[in-house]
Write a protein that binds this ligand. Structure first.
Ligand code: NAD
Ligand code: WQD
Length: 338
């Protein structure tokens, strides 16, 4: 079976392609290399001793994307391609709506035209907004999103649900990721943020490698274990494996299904920092600064639905996540540049 993976050279996409190849799927990747590079493809091939077909195509370019659908038949799509920086989406919302919504519409239209019936979509815990109490459950539905990025995820969920209701898509699996971190344990694949990282673990990784002086902890007056924000961090390889299970599920079921993909356990900022200190075996400097606007105190998942229906349970703990992140950081001081 051949799977089209959009954004397949990105952080989560590349780890998922590895798992798909390991599970004997044939894989075609569409990526415009906006936030990735071609060396990732070589690394995937090195890791799996298998190859994936690569198309350097922007999903906003419908003609180019259609050529891909004309060339090959796909049994399913996993759709990662999109922009993901929350702060940037507030500054340039139109760009986010264009890429994440118009780009997705091109893809969905071509799937319909070429009879591709199954899709797994990268959604986010951000669609819960700040309307609900933790742990977040799928049945809560969609909350009030607090930034354009989150709104693009919410719209995509609504669009795919409508397409499934109209039977213009056979099955849509919406995976709401919590906080993916870590890297492939080979050190060959991982996250390479552009510029100064916005997210916690990439930032800590730069402190650990001496590129940034200290972590700024955004607030220690939340109602949490130590006052700092609590999140449900999940190892990217666990998350990648969840996609294979979701794909298998999509082949056996019709309609829309939403799943939280996390570990179900929350860690505070300071707990993550200390886990990273254990991984890199040194003290990492930090200071407490003001809360970051838009942050909530706690965000973690109720993961029982994914366990019951997909058979998914995350394997890796916070120490393994930090160890793998640190190994990737040490092995790739300039990112994935060769
Ligand atoms: P990423 O930026 O590493 O990967 C996205 C890939 O899509 C990149 O390789 C990029 O070049 C490509 N891309 C972007 N726009 C494109 C376009 N118009 N045409 C073709 N390719 C395009 O991001 P990631 O962390 O791997 O995230 C993957 C998906 O998961 C995204 O949709 C993201 O919103 C979602 N998500 C990520 C997180 C997270 O914390 N990383 C959490 C929840 C959801
Ligand atoms: C985690 C915790 C911060 C940086 C974001 C998106 C979400 C999803 C995952 C895509 C918070 C604190 C952070 C720093 C800090 N992405 N922090 N100092 O905000 O939970 O989620 O990524 O869908 O949509 O919003 O992740 O890693 O930015 O923050 O103290 O320099 O770390 O306040 O408590 P977040 P994060």
């Amino acid at each position: 079976m051949r799977i089209l993976v959009t954004g397949g050279l990105g952080y989560i996409g590349s780890h998922t392609v590895v798992e798909l190849l390991a599970n004997d799927y044939d894989v075609s990747i569409v990526d415009n290399l906006y936030n990735s590079n071609i060396h990732v493809l070589d690394r995937i091939e090195k890791l799996t001793s298998k190859s994936a077909t690569f198309y350097q195509v922007d999903i906003l370019d419908k003609e180019a994307l259609e050529k891909v659908f004309q060339k090959e038949h796909f049994d399913a799509v996993i759709h990662f391609a999109g922009y993901k920086a929350v702060g940037e989406s507030v500054a340039i919302p139109l760009t986010y709506y264009q890429n994440n919504i118009a780009g997705s519409l091109n893809l969905y239209e071509l799937m319909h035209k070429y009879g591709v019936e199954k899709i797994v979509f990268s959604s986010s815990a951000t669609v819960y907004g700040d309307d609900f109490a933790v742990p977040f459950k799928e049945e809560y539905g969609l909350g009030t999103t607090t930034n354009p990025y989150g709104t693009t995820k919410k719209f995509n969920e609504i669009i795919l649900s409508d397409l499934a209701k109209a039977k213009q898509i056979g099955s849509a699996i919406l995976l709401r990721y919590f906080n993916p971190i870590g890297a492939h344990e080979s050190g060959l694949l991982g996250e390479v943020p552009n510029g100064i990282p916005n997210n916690l673990v990439p930032y800590i990784a730069r402190v650990a490698s001496g590129k940034l002086d200290k972590l700024r902890v955004f607030g220690n007056d939340y109602d949490t274990i130590d006052g700092t924000g609590v999140r449900d961090y999940i190892h990217v390889v666990d998350l990648a494996k969840a996609h294979v299970l979701a794909l298998d599920y999509s082949f056996k079921h019709e309609g829309v299904e939403v799943f939280n993909i996390g570990t179900g356990k929350g860690y505070s900022v300071l707990e993550v920092l200390h886990a990273y200190e254990r991984a890199c075996q040194k003290k990492l400097p930090y200071e407490i600064v003001a809360r970051r606007p838009g942050d909530i105190a706690s965000c973690f998942a109720d993961c029982s639905k994914a366990q019951a229906l997909l058979g998914f349970k995350a394997q890796y703990d916070i120490d393994k996540m930090c160890e793998d992140s640190y190994r990737f950081t040490v092995m790739n001081p300039d990112g994935i540049d060769k």
